[in-house]
Write a protein that binds this ligand. Structure first.
Ligand code: HAM
Length: 417
């Protein structure tokens, strides 16, 4: 037997998945975002430049597909860099370009609850706008969305502000001095991060390091005057909109393209994976990709599987779209099968949800099966009905039966729907 690849899953019931994606699409269309689709295959260079060589994703988690003529192709690990690539490649002029995409992403992580090697995101970007109002609107929209579908007290919003490029350059010196003062107590990973990509120390999972970082200098307190004003506006306006948030000075996010606003929606009900949505501003990404265009942008993505994990215990409180009534045609013998297929064809053309049993079981067991499938009507086709050009329509809810002429069948069933 061949089994599925570690860290991937078969989704045999897509109701919840579709509910989340459909509701997200509805929300995003209401906020005037348009949907785009970008390739799953991208040049690895896109992620090396955007996410950073020292990030976990680029250094350990890429799925490489092929390498030829100096171009290494990988499965996309996230969607922001590709969306920015598309903006630049197609010389999009929109100001801002409000887009979203849904689809699979790939990261070679150690699989565990809520952490997969192939997973799906709804990814939202507001490209080409420096207005802090867009950060505020994006966060508010997400907070309203999660508040609607999750219990309001089951998640929290963590917020931080990383300042602009210059702020981070000067903060790195301040952080370096702090880390030197505690370096005897740091884990080996943090000592490496301190040299290679200093802000990443805050991502450390080691409890001792995290306890030490509680006393670390906070970047939001060391930003320039214009960033300080934006940070203040962000907090004030979110409060004004009743969006509660926790200032989390250690939140830097695992990708190197962020500056200024960063945030995560987190829940205690996800095991070790606490974040189900993350995002922030990435004003310098175009320069990282080699463009000289100024394209300040902000965005976020949430994991569909992580939202599913949060919603699974509350399935009975969710409203799923009503399924169309199912009609099952039951031919008694081989003789009636041809007629059954003809009738089904007519019913499908009339948009009636119809299935035909062709396995030749006893009528009793076919009726039991139809009942189990939740059929609304069973259409019985025996030799008598065949000869008389009729169908016996059995109402599976009240058990009543009616004989209908085959020519009137569609109209009759339509009148019942
Ligand atoms: P991210 O925090 O890496 O951000 O991923 C966003 C969300 O994707 C996570 O909060 C989680 O729900 C889901 N996710 C990530 N990795 C996995 C995994 N291995 N298994 C299951 N779910 C996972 C980004 O990807 C950024 N591109 C978000 C963004 C958009 N920033 C600006 N614009």
């Amino acid at each position: 037997m061949i089994s599925r690849i570690k860290g991937t899953h078969d989704l045999l019931d897509v109701k919840l998945f579709n509910l989340i994606v459909d509701q997200a699409k509805h929300l995003l269309q209401n906020y005037h975002f348009s949907e785009i689709i970008t390739p799953i295959l991208e040049p690895i260079e896109l992620y090396k430049r955007s996410l950073g060589l020292e990030t976990d994703i680029v250094s350990k988690e890429m799925f490489i597909v092929s390498s030829e003529n100096e171009e290494t192709i990988c499965l996309r690990p996230e969607a922001t860099a590709a969306t920015m690539r598309a903006f630049l490649e197609h010389s999009i002029q929109s100001n801002p370009w409000k887009v979203f995409s849904c689809g699979p992403l790939f990261r070679h992580e150690r699989p565990q609850k809520g952490r997969y090697r192939q997973f799906n995101q709804v990814n939202i970007e507001i490209i080409n706008s420096s207005a802090i109002a867009h950060d505020i609107q994006l966060i508010t929209m997400l907070e309203r969305f999660f508040g609607q579908i999750l219990k309001r007290d089951s998640f929290a919003l963590a917020l931080n502000f990383l300042g602009c490029y210059n702020d981070r350059q000067s903060f790195k010196g301040i952080l370096q001095n702090f880390l030197i003062s505690i370096q005897d107590q740091l884990c080996s990973q943090c000592l490496i991060r301190k040299e290679k990509n200093i802000m990443r120390v805050f991502d450390c999972k080691n409890q001792t390091c995290q306890a030490l970082y509680a006393q670390a200098p906070q970047i939001a307190q060391h930003v320039c005057a214009s960033c300080a004003l934006e940070w203040q506006q962000l907090q004030e306006q979110l409060s004004l909109l009743s969006v509660s948030f926790n200032y989390k000075p250690q939140l830097v996010r695992g990708l190197d393209y962020y500056d200024k606003t960063v945030f995560e929606f987190i829940s205690d009900n996800l095991g070790a994976q606490t974040a189900f949505c993350g995002g922030g501003r990435y004003d310098a990404l175009p320069q990282q990709l080699g463009s000289d265009q100024q394209v300040p942008s902000v965005g976020a993505a949430f994991g569909v599987e992580r939202l599913m994990l949060l919603l699974e215990p509350h399935l009975n409180q969710l409203t799923f779209p009503v399924q169309p009534a199912l009609h099952v045609i039951i031919p008694f013998t081989q003789e009636q099968q041809r007629l059954a297929l003809l009738l089904a064809d007519e019913m499908h053309a009339a948009n009636l949800c119809t299935d035909v049993f062709v396995e030749g079981d006893s009528v009793k067991s076919m009726l039991r099966k139809a009942n189990k499938m939740g059929a609304r009507f069973a259409l019985l086709l025996g030799p008598d009905e065949h000869t008389a050009r009729e169908v016996m329509v059995k109402d599976m809810v009240d058990g009543t039966q009616e004989t209908i002429h085959q020519a009137d069948l569609v109209m009759f069933l339509k009148s019942k729907n």
